[in-house]
Design a protein around this ligand. Structure first.
Ligand code: GAL
Length: 414
């Protein structure tokens, strides 16, 4: 834990509301440091700084996709009652954990002042509320179940288009293997859990997937066994694990690999101009489809910002939340981040290409909650799932994985 440090991307000399040149610092904690990720944050930061000349943005982002490292450091800060002024937390079970631990101030005053109840979807507000009290400001909706692919690599392998089922996916992976290209790129360990949630959804179907998170769920079913066997087969086509999601996604955009299953933050990375992104050409260097077997379902997650109890610079944090909640903030952030806005009244013209598809699907699809990104399971449960998948990657023992997942559900489901 001691080795984890904030990247402090140019915010000032000291963190946490200390005066810096007569200004107050607002410490914004996230894990958006990497290529693609940071672009959206910087876009929102600019608006914040324009609107709040008395405040300095202190970037306390901690590197590491999916926030595993950031969340570990955050837990120690919360434990020590030294929270950042505002931190990123996923809507759903993850946020509920912070609420139940008493870490967060409720934000109904802000929702009333800015009339936010009407601008966010009501199901999303439910995921960030307890007993009518609302505890965060959602900035976006991300999609987890996206299959990114390289059209030229598929063509070379004789694969006609994006596979629509797990069976078609396995056939396509085998064809790519025969060409010598990497069939499926993979990143650090969490990206395997990210893949697993798409495979569970694609193999089980939406209703059975969603039922896994209800009280009394049956993780020992034959359906889950089949899904885990599918996962094992799919993983047998994975290339060497890359350091994080970006280098794995890049293998697809560079034509070294055929497929990668990753959230739509990959779109920001592929599409944003060099410096932040790869500046690749949509539909030529990369293309997308719902992950196999999941068409018609949006495996969703939402990044939101909070007001921790005891924030040193509470006014600065509230000013940040106002930008995060605003149409202007969301429309600056999301086209760069590769997500669609949480607000329903955003400027649709800004969401083109992949993001136009995402907006359309979000309004039409069924919903399922992401495991790895905080919607469906709380943090202790997710930690156990990560441990079990990590063990499985070594043992390849499907029965042991299923038992581990069933035990994790029994111990943590509420
Ligand atoms: C998710 C987060 C996304 C993106 C991704 C990769 O957990 O919600 O915004 O940052 O991790 O790091």
């Amino acid at each position: 834990m001691l080795g984890l440090s904030a990247c402090g991307g140019g915010g000032g000399d000291t963190a946490g509301g200390q005066p810096s040149g007569g200004k107050q610092q607002v410490e914004v904690f996230s894990w958006w440091t990497g290529p693609g990720e940071a672009d959206g944050l910087q876009a929102m930061r600019q608006i914040f700084e324009q609107q709040n000349p008395g405040q300095t943005f202190f970037d306390a982002a901690v590197a590491g996709g999916s926030g595993d490292k950031a969340k570990a450091l955050l837990a120690s800060k919360l434990q020590a009652d030294t929270p950042p002024d505002t931190f990123q937390g996923h809507a759903g079970a993850e946020l509920q954990g912070y609420i139940k631990a008493g870490d967060l101030e409720e934000l109904n005053f802000l929702y009333d002042e800015l009339k936010l109840q009407d601008v966010f979807p009501s199901q999303l507000i439910e995921q960030i509320s307890v007993d009518g009290k609302i505890y965060s400001v959602p900035v976006n909706i991300h999609r987890s179940n996206v299959l990114w692919f390289n059209p030229a690599v598929l063509k070379e392998a004789g694969v006609a288009g994006a596979p629509k089922s797990i069976e078609e996916f396995l056939t396509a992976l085998e064809k790519v293997k025969a060409t010598g290209k990497i069939p499926l790129s993979i990143g650090s360990e969490w990206t395997a859990v990210h893949l697993l949630e798409s495979v569970l959804l694609g193999s089980l179907g939406t209703d059975a997937y969603n039922a896994l998170f209800l009280p009394g769920a049956d993780w020992n079913s034959a359906g889950v066994t089949k899904a885990l066997e599918d996962f094992k087969k799919i993983m047998s086509y994975a290339g060497d694990p890359q350091d994080d999601w970006q280098p794995a996604a890049k293998q697809v955009a560079d034509g070294e690999a055929a497929f990668n299953v990753m959230g739509d933050w990959a779109y920001g990375y592929f599409h944003n101009p060099p410096e932040g992104g790869l500046g690749k050409t949509s539909k030529t260097d990369f293309d997308w489809a719902p992950s196999p077997g999941t068409e018609g379902t949006y495996l969703w997650l939402s990044d939101s910002f909070t007001l921790p109890k005891g924030a040193k610079n509470r006014d600065g944090a509230v000013a940040w939340l106002k930008v995060a909640a605003s149409k202007e903030g969301q429309d600056a952030f999301n086209p760069k981040k590769g997500s669609i806005p949480a607000r329903k009244d955003a400027d649709q013209a800004l969401y083109t290409d992949y993001l136009a598809d995402a907006l359309k699907d979000w309004s039409a699809d069924k919903l399922a909650g992401s495991i790895q990104h905080g919607v469906a399971v709380n943090q202790p449960w997710l930690a156990e799932i990560n441990t079990q998948v990590g063990l499985f990657l070594g043992t390849q023992d499907v029965a042991a994985l299923q038992k581990g997942l069933a035990d994790a559900a029994a111990a943590n489901a509420q």
